[in-house]
Design a protein around this ligand. Structure first.
Ligand SMILES: Nc1ncnc2c1ncn2[C@@H]1O[C@H](COP(=O)(O)OP(=O)(O)OP(=O)(O)O)[C@@H](O)[C@H]1O
Length: 253
């Protein structure tokens, strides 16, 4: 699904952002703390009222869709997502099926299959009966992702999805979302992980100041200006890809 932002704004936190996220691409959003990434993601998902500008999903203005229609198209995992304490792991993932259920099509065997698949995709099949409240931070994050997968959206919007995950599950998650046949927009802080995205948007003080292929966007100059670090590119001898080592900016004496 194509997602277009046209002159999108909210208060002075997101200011005049226009961008087009192409069908099926993995689009990374990077930027310093407080630069507006989470707010922009929520605007794209239609979760912020009184926004300026417009979001279009496959050329349809988001405002013309019902909440249910939006939920059939977009699943979002927020940065500090929580869920009802009394739920089991399985209940939490089954919530993802809600936009597809109705009195005429109640939860059935196909929904069970989709939920099983989502739990397997995040390596949580063995924990389905556990109460949500007993999960670790990383396990909760994986269940949020499973809930979003169970929603079977055409776009996944993920706010720092690798937060709390150990390195194995970080790489597994990035591999999983990259392989999904859906559009993915995700905020990331790890700039080496951001290099794996198809394209990146760079946020600074509410504006998208750069957008393009990671190798075009993540230059030592941009990283110095926007993130105030010294970025030293290095080449991975295994596959020739570029990695960065980061050092503090040398302050003028
Ligand atoms: N509801 C709100 N009311 C007032 N200010 C807000 C609100 N939501 C966010 N902000 C402010 O807007 C700015 C951008 O916040 P946002 O969460 O979008 O940034 P971010 O780039 O995702 O940051 P981080 O990397 O720290 O998660 C911050 O200064 C934040 O304090």
């Amino acid at each position: 699904m194509k997602i277009e932002a046209r002159d999108l704004g909210w208060r002075n936190i997101v200011r005049g952002v226009s961008c087009e996220i192409r069908p099926g691409e993995t689009f990374g959003l990077i930027g310093p703390n407080g630069s507006g990434k989470s707010t922009l993601l929520k605007l794209l998902a239609g979760l912020m009222p009184r926004a300026a500008g417009e979001v279009r999903l496959d050329d349809v203005p988001l405002g013309q869709l019902t909440r249910r229609q939006v939920a059939q198209r977009i699943a979002m995992v927020e940065q500090f997502a929580d869920t009802g304490e009394a739920l089991s792991v399985r209940d939490a993932v089954e919530l993802g099926r809600t936009p597809w259920l109705s009195p005429l099509s109640p939860f059935g065997p196909e929904d069970t299959r989709i939920v099983d698949e989502a739990l397997a995709a995040v390596d949580m099949t063995g924990m389905t009966k556990r109460p949500w409240s007993t999960l670790s931070g990383g396990e909760r994050q994986r269940i949020h992702i499973a809930r979003a997968l169970a929603q079977q959206p055409r776009a996944l919007i993920l706010d720092e999805p690798t937060n709390h995950l150990d390195i194995h599950h970080q790489l597994a998650l990035l591999g999983l979302v990259a392989a999904l046949p859906v559009t993915v927009v995700m905020a990331l802080h790890d700039l080496n992980q951001a290099m794996m995205c198809d394209r990146l948007g760079v946020m600074s003080e509410g504006r998208m100041v750069a957008c393009g292929a990671p190798s075009d966007v993540l230059t030592p100059d941009t990283l110095g200006r926007i993130f105030r670090v010294r970025a030293m590119p290095m080449t991975d001898p295994e596959d020739g890809s570029t990695l960065f080592r980061f050092l503090p900016m040398e302050e003028p004496r």
